[in-house]
Structures are given as C-alpha cells and as structure tokens.
Design a protein around this ligand. Sequence first.
Ligand code: ADP
Ligand code: MG
Length: 361
Amino acid sequence: MKKITKFAVKGKKVILRLDLDVPMKDGKVTDLTRLKAAGQTLEVLESAKQVIIIGHAGRPKGTDLKYSLLPVAKALAKQLGVGISLVSDVMSKDLPETKYVMLENLRYYPEEKKNSAKFAKHLATFGEVYVNDAFAVCHRKSASMVAITKYLPSYAGVHLFDEVKHLKKILKVKHPFILLIGGAKLDKLAILNSLIEQADAILVGGTLSLSLLQSQGYAIPGNFDHDEKVAKKILKNTHVVLPVDLVLDNEKVVDIDEVPANRLAYDIGPNTVRTYSELLKAAKVVVWNGPMGYFEKKPFGVATKKLASVLKKSKAQSVLGGGDTLAATGVKGFSHATTAGGAFLSLVGSRSMPGLDALDR
Ligand code: ADP
Ligand code: MG
C-alpha cells in the first residue's frame, strides 16, 4: 500500500474517495468526526490542480434526494474554508473547473455496489490520480473503492494508512479479549460469527441483540431481517452473552421474557449492564462497535454511557469503532477510536478487505 505524497499529487487532478456517510438530521450534518479525519489528506492535496471528492451516504435505492450529499459538501466546505461544487449528474462528461468538486451520492447508481468496471472507468476519466481515504468502506467491494484502482495510479490517504497501521498493532490480541457489539445493522451478524473463535466473550446489545433473542425464541416485537442460519449458529456458542433485561419505549424495565407485544425495546436493562460491566473489567482487550440502545433518544443512551465509563476507567486496551458508536460515547478515554464500524470489525476478524487489497495491487 502506497501512502499519498505531495509529489504524487502536485499539479494533478486527484479523485479522492472519502467516507461521506456521516450522521445527518433534518438536512444537516450532526457529527463532523469523519470529515475531520480527512483533514490531513486534504492538506497534502492543497498542491493538487483539482480535487474531485467521491463517496456515498446511506443505502438509497436509486436517486433519492433524501440521501443527497449536499449537506456534506456544505459542511466540508465550511471546515476547509473553501467552495465545493456539488455535481448532481455523476454521469456527465465534464466537471466544473473549481478546485474542489464533489460528486453526488455514488449509491444512486447500482453500478457502485456491483463494483462495475464501466462505472469505475467513467469515474476515472475525471482525474489522473486516485486516493482512497475511506477506511470505513474498505470491507466493501464497490466500484469507487476497488474497480477504479485498475484505471489510475492509486494511493492510500493519510487517515486510512495510519488507521490500518494502528489497528493492526493494537490487535495483536491479548486475552481475555472481549467483543462488545450492538447497533442496528444486522449484517454485522456475519462479522460477529467470524470473531467467535478469537473472542473470549461476545457481549451483545442494540437491535442486534433483539434479533438474536427473537431467534432464540423470545417474544421480542419487531421484524428483524437477519440471516437466520447465521443467527442460529451464533446462538450455539456459550461465550455469546445476550441481555437478560430490556428498557421499553415507555421507559419500563422488563425481563426478556416479559416484553409486551405492543412495545419496543430501546435499551438493554440494568441487570445486563451490571453483568457486562463485570466482564469488561476483567478484559485485557475490548473491541466495541455499535451502541447498546437507541441512544439518540433520552434516556435510552444510559447503558451505552455506563459501559463507556467502565471502559474508560479500566486498564484494558479499548478499541472503539463506528460512526454512531463514537457519537454516543465520544472518543476521549479509549486506547483508540475509529470512525469505521463494519470495516473495523472486518479487520479485527481478519475478513477480506477488498478496498485495502485493491491498494496493494
Ligand atoms: P455504528 O454506526 O456505530 O456502526 P450502527 O449504525 O450499526 O452502529 O447502529 C447505530 C444505531 O443503532 C443507532 O442509530 C441506534 O439508535 C440504533 N439502535 C441501537 N439499539 C437500538 C434499539 N434497541 N432500538 C432502536 N435503535 C437502536
Ligand atoms: Mg451507523
């Protein structure tokens, strides 16, 4: 993997793949962590002729203004103190001649997720050099991450490069190694499954734990669209620990076998937090991705906050990842915090990282 240098980009048109999938609310970016992470690479790119920023947000099905990158372009422009023009038609032949250009959400085009060579080739026509600084997306085989590297000299951005170096160092795993996993993205189950051998205990919270409890036979309300086979496999492992109590949307605490059909569970309960805290206290390494509850809504961030404070006080190496996770816990007091969620877990679980492999070619 080659790290970006001033020499490689000076006077050139550079396509920069960033992690633009940032938390947004009512058309405004609510957390700048991921954009700030691009700061060092953008500094190196000051000597470039043009910087064409590409990325995605969310999981749109076709063009959908709800997923527009306009708020992201605005937030990044403000942070850099420059103008960024947003190009809404990614398929257009040429770009505005401003120094900074951002292309609209690449996931408006299904070709992006399909790693389409044709789509990548089109993107590549905009620049002379490609730089990937989107570590958080490196577990995905997308056109803007993988196929594009066939058409342009390709470099790792500063953030991506340092992140990989740092994580690999920390994760020469010591035991007890505890994985704390939560959040809402149910495809994390596959990653969890691949970490089962490595971890001494896997403590599950968030929507992920609700889906597993349901698979286990508990009457937890909600349609969880997860891979039932993987869920069943995970549940066979005795070191996978699930909540014993939950906090409902009406703030009542109930045991997992007492959830009324007309209520939703928004957090893990106090008994669960107690057990998880004890286990965390005994760990040497803790890897955490995914909030334990619906932390954006008060008071359902309580469990996440409590476990974060236990970790901050502990001597364990604590490595946190995930956009929402960091928004819920902050970054201070942990050994390492990364904005990447799925990518970070994939790296920990030694799963394939197509985005990184593409930079190695
Ligand atoms: P990360 O971004 O850290 O990788 P995810 O994106 O997987 O994490 O999940 C974060 C989301 O999960 C948050 O928006 C949070 O509100 C949601 N969440 C977690 N537990 C629950 C729950 N019990 N009910 C509703 N939402 C939940
Ligand atoms: Mg998230």
